[in-house]
Design a protein. Structure first.
Length: 270
């Protein structure tokens, strides 16, 4: 039997977490096989359901549903974010599943991780201020997150907006389940005067992968990229990628799919 506390205010969640830090935060619960023994539902907190469009970013409350994001329309979202959400389950599940829930998994990096990582998304957390039930907000780049900070919970996702000449998202593995062959790949690029001005390459599965140093070495290169530069880049990424694979073993099929996509999109840049 699960014990679930319901809250309509962030301050109450903070209070409950301070009372018992082992309580799990839940919302849509679509990714859970069973409910935790003790949990706090944040589904009814109105400020976590908000979507704000600013001049240079979109800000989503953590319990905004995936369907609500799609309703903004592809013209108002980064292509890779829209395309990635469309691959998640079906419309019935997306009506319940939340953006915060999709990126809160601990043992697997779900569908939205690679597009959000490529887009340089930031996460906001509510953390208690000791001695009372008030809280402070902390904003951290997704690239710096290994786990949710202790005694904190995810309240929002900030997605920077930018113009990309080229973008691609690819999901690997089964369509409606997570297996050893599951993963996602995101590729973004921009050019000016026939030279590469920005590039982002991200992968997510049992681990997150993006290497800013390798990306930076490509900036300024003339398009289309020379074959030798593509081979050099793939080789450099392969070395760093395999270092991660040693710590987080993965299916050889998944690795091959990642590098097939990487080579394809580097070759297609014009």
């Amino acid at each position: 039997m699960s014990t679930i506390s319901y809250s309509e205010k962030i301050s109450k969640v903070i209070f409950l977490i301070k009372e018992n830090s082992s309580q799990k935060i839940i919302a849509g619960c679509t990714a859970l096989e069973k409910l935790p023994e003790v949990a706090i539902s944040v589904r009814n907190i109105s400020e976590l359901k908000q979507i704000e469009k600013r001049e240079t970013s979109l800000e989503f409350g953590s319990v905004v549903t995936l369907s609500s994001i799609l309703k903004l329309g592809k013209q108002n979202l980064p292509d890779v974010l829209f395309d990635s959400i469309k691959t998640i389950a079906n419309s019935n599940v997306r009506n319940i599943a939340t953006i915060g829930g999709n990126i809160s998994g601990r043992n697997f990096r779900h569908t939205l991780f690679s597009p959000l990582l490529a887009l340089d998304a930031k996460l906001t957390f509510a953390k208690p201020i000791f001695t009372n039930i008030t809280y402070k907000t902390q904003t951290v780049p997704l690239s710096k997150i290994t786990e949710i900070p202790p005694e904190a919970f995810l309240t929002g996702i900030i997605v920077p907006l930018a113009d990309w000449n080229y973008s691609a998202f690819q999901r690997f593995g089964p369509s409606h389940e997570i297996s050893d062959d599951s993963g996602t790949f995101t590729f973004l690029a921009s050019s000016e005067s026939n030279r590469l001005s920005n590039i982002r390459i991200a992968f997510a599965s049992s681990f997150l992968f993006r290497n800013v140093e390798i990306e930076s070495k490509l900036l300024g290169a003339y398009l289309p990229l020379e074959k030798s530069l593509i081979e050099e880049t793939v080789s450099a990424i392969s070395k760093k990628f395999d270092e991660e694979c040693e710590k987080n073993p993965m299916s050889p099929i998944l690795r091959k799919q990642f590098f097939n996509q990487l080579t394809l999109h580097l070759s297609e840049l014009k």
